[in-house]
Design a protein around this ligand. Structure first.
Ligand SMILES: Cc1cc2nc3c(=O)[nH]c(=O)nc-3n(C[C@H](O)[C@H](O)[C@H](O)COP(=O)(O)OP(=O)(O)OC[C@H]3O[C@@H](n4cnc5c(N)ncnc54)[C@H](O)[C@@H]3O)c2cc1C
Length: 386
């Protein structure tokens, strides 16, 4: 079951574990490792960050356009999947860029799509300069959750371009392989951890699921071989106050370190960075570059007048890091991801459509506190420990 499926199901109450396999032989289940409870307290919230997912109903734009003597390769609009798909989407963009055999490539944007495009263009032999208003730690990309979610809000089922499902699969498979290169490195930019989905004993009163939202495309089945399956585990072998628990594994991105590693790689390979803000495409052609890769994310809406780009507001709260907490957990409408730079707590109380069309980037403290309080309920019997 994908995270999206779990989140949908968790909003429906105790149906959460339907469809999970049990361990072969039932009792042959491998016990859970000692799980350190999350100290889910609102006074431990160290940061609340909001960003707008750059969503395009047709899917991300990866194509070319001529601007006078400049070939522009677009690489933007990855919705809730930008980190996950980055290497795959940027590999397509760089292939298009290198067809013009440039000695030099300009990349506009220094989020995750800009950085991966820049590094791949360097590996293809080009000298690369990134032009951007902000570097990664200040971009939308720095405010992501940090999970492998390659088809999260990536297109609408009825608006995806013909053939997009196959293109998406190629991007997802390419990216999955590339992320593996960052496993086991100092700083742990990428890691695999256990994840738990926890359900209450009984359906909660009201029982209503997520409000109906946009019909996002779901391509998860085509890469099912890349994703570990969910298995039920005995709830009493975990620290959770729960009726039913399932376990799987998840790839997560430690955003601070992954970003830092990529910036270092880019500069070590001779990359240049120029702070710049563009208001019109003509300012980009005025750079006089033969090839430019446009990775401006949501910024492309104003810069390229792409009004199909739709903001999908999202918020994460971070709790003070707990290095001993090495598992992800999904409970009711709350997700907790134990990043090395803090435990990310994210609410999905409004379902997947939450924030669709919403440009409000002001943090909502009340939402963050509700999510942390829900998470705290998971550990209630052992409240003395948290
Ligand atoms: C709450 C939340 C959680 C998320 N969680 C995940 C997750 O777990 N996994 C996942 O895969 N994805 C996730 N995402 C999605 C992911 O964050 C985005 O898809 C991704 O960050 C987009 O990256 P980008 O490089 O295209 O854009 P950005 O990071 O926005 O970078 C754009 C760059 O272009 C520059 N720029 C823009 N306009 C101009 C201009 N006019 N002139 C000069 N420079 C300009 C900016 O300064 C910046 O450098 C999440 C998103 C949100 C909101």
């Amino acid at each position: 079951m994908s995270r999206r499926g779990l989140l949908r199901a968790s909003l429906l109450g105790s149906g959460v574990l339907a469809g999970c396999s049990t361990a072969p032989g039932g009792s042959s289940f491998a016990p859970s490792p000692q799980l350190v409870p999350i100290r889910a307290r609102i006074d431990r919230i160290l940061d609340i960050a909001v960003c707008l997912r750059p969503f395009r109903p047709a899917g991300p734009r990866v194509d070319t356009e001529r601007l006078g003597d400049t070939l522009v390769v677009h690489n933007y609009g990855h919705g809730g999947s930008g980190w996950s798909l980055s290497w795959g989407s940027s590999a397509r963009a760089v292939r298009l860029a290198m067809q013009a055999s440039p000695g030099e490539v300009a990349v506009i944007g220094c989020g995750i799509l800009g950085l991966t495009s820049a590094i791949l263009a360097q590996r293809a032999g080009a000298r690369v300069t990134i032009y951007a208003r902000e570097q990664l730690p200040l971009t939308t990309s720095a405010r992501a959750t940090g999970e492998w979610t390659p088809d999260s809000r990536v297109a609408l089922a009825n608006a995806a371009a013909p053939g997009f499902a196959a293109v998406w699969e190629e991007m997802a498979r390419t990216a999955f392989k590339a992320h593996r290169n960052y496993l086991g490195l100092p700083g742990t930019p990428v890691e695999w951890i256990d994840q738990y989905s926890v359900a209450d004993d009984a359906p909660r009163s009201g029982g209503a699921g997520a409000p109906p939202g946009p019909d996002f495309a779901d391509y998860s089945k085509s890469i099912a071989d890349l994703v570990p399956k969910w298995r039920r585990v005995p709830a009493d072998a975990t620290p959770f106050k729960a009726g039913a628990v399932a376990r799987s594994e998840a790839m997560i991105f430690n955003i601070s370190d992954y970003g830092h590693t990529l910036l270092n790689d880019f500069f070590i390979a001779g990359g240049q960075f120029r702070r710049a803000e563009f208001h019109t495409p003509s300012q980009i052609s005025a750079l006089g570059k033969k090839v430019v890769i446009n990775c401006t994310g949501y910024g492309a809406r104003a810069l390229w007048k792409d009004e199909t780009l739709t903001p999908v507001r999202g918020q994460i709260a971070r709790l003070i890091p707990q290095p001993d907490v090495r598992y992800l957990v999904i409970y009711r409408h709350v997700l907790a991801v134990p990043r090395r730079d803090g435990i990310v707590v994210q609410s999905f109380e409004g379902g997947e459509g939450e924030g669709y069309g919403d440009t409000n980037e002001a943090p909502d403290r009340a939402e963050a506190e509700r999510a942390v309080t829900t998470l705290a309920e998971l550990f209630q019997p052992a409240s003395g420990r948290v």
